[in-house]
Design a protein around this ligand. Structure first.
Ligand code: ZN
Length: 304
């Protein structure tokens, strides 16, 4: 980033400006013309710089009220289901959950069939538990399910590799970053914060009031909807949804929509000079080049 400070008090003559400053300005302009200072940043659909997603697990009966709050304010989330317990006491059936999620455009994802400490199990048993969950949920919903949250948030490197091998695209941990950076390791996916995090009000205000002019922001909130009953604090999510919902500059999306979008963005093929780009994916992709919004349709090559 260039900045030029004119201290007129000590060097303030026109001569100084002409000799010292103008050549430097000229050099900056020439370098920019040659494209030395190229900046390219991912933007979400319609050129938005901010995205919000939520992740709530276990498929408990309180999810129905929770989903109602999200739907009222246009928020999108991902819900992780243990197929072995679905329909048991305190849990919604897969059919009920699926119809609630479909109505609001939310994502249904796996969470291990039996909610074990997966990283403690022999790897084959851990993978079997997740694969069983995936097959059962796919069979009952007719969907292709690629999202996951780790039961108890626990994981290992071997487990993450095994999950990748069985088609799991991402899996959420219970790590809170307290920031809005985009994930890089999708099988060790961290959240911004849990809904009981003391930083939630401050993070929410910051996310609403400010906007990035470089890398985009992702606000990722996680929790369990039964916690609102346990703590008698449904107001936390109602206030959050009311404040953050309905904003033109925020993309409300499920975990897998964000994963698929960022993955497709990362597949963009740029020419060596950066003057052309090809989008080989099936998703329209947006980015910003030197402050200018650019979009590339699926299969399209454009000059930028
Ligand atoms: Zn859980």
């Amino acid at each position: 980033m260039w900045s030029i400070v004119l201290k007129l008090g000590d060097a303030g003559s026109w001569c100084d400006i002409k000799i010292l400053i103008l050549p430097r300005l000229y050099a900056i302009i020439q370098k920019n013309k040659r494209g030395v200072f190229m900046n390219i940043f991912l933007r979400f659909p319609e050129g938005r710089a901010k995205a919000l997603t939520l992740s709530y697990d276990d498929g408990v009966k309180q999810d129905e009220r929770f989903i109602g709050i999200l739907d009222k304010h246009g928020l999108k989330g991902t819900f992780n289901i243990n197929s072995a317990y679905a329909g048991c006491e305190g849990r919604l059936s897969v059919e009920k959950m699926n119809s609630l999620l479909e109505a609001g455009g939310h994502e249904l994802a796996v969470h291990g069939a039996t909610h074990p400490f997966l990283e403690q199990l022999p790897l084959a048993l851990a993978i079997d538990d997740v694969l069983t969950d995936r097959k059962k949920l796919e069979e009952e919903t007719g969907k292709i399910i690629r999202g996951m949250a780790y039961p108890y948030g626990t994981f290992s490197d071997d487990l993450a590799s095994g999950l990748r091998a069985i088609g799991i695209a991402y899996s959420r941990t219970v790590i809170s970053t307290g920031n809005f950076r985009l994930p890089t390791d999708w099988l060790k996916l961290a959240a911004t914060c849990h809904h009981n995090d003391k930083r939630l009000p401050e993070l929410t205000q910051h996310f609403i009031n400010d906007s990035p002019n470089r890398a985009p922001w992702l606000f990722y909130l996680w929790g369990h909807s039964y916690e609102f009953d346990n703590n008698n604090n449904w107001n936390v999510i109602e206030d959050f949804a009311e404040k953050i919902g309905g904003k033109e500059d925020i993309w409300y999306a499920t975990n897998i929509e964000i994963y698929d979008y960022i993955t497709a963005y990362n597949r963009l093929q740029f020419s060596a000079s950066g003057s052309r780009v090809h989008n080989p994916s099936a998703i329209k992709i947006w980015f910003e080049k030197n402050g200018k919004a650019v979009s590339v349709n699926p299969g399209e090559t454009v000059k930028i």
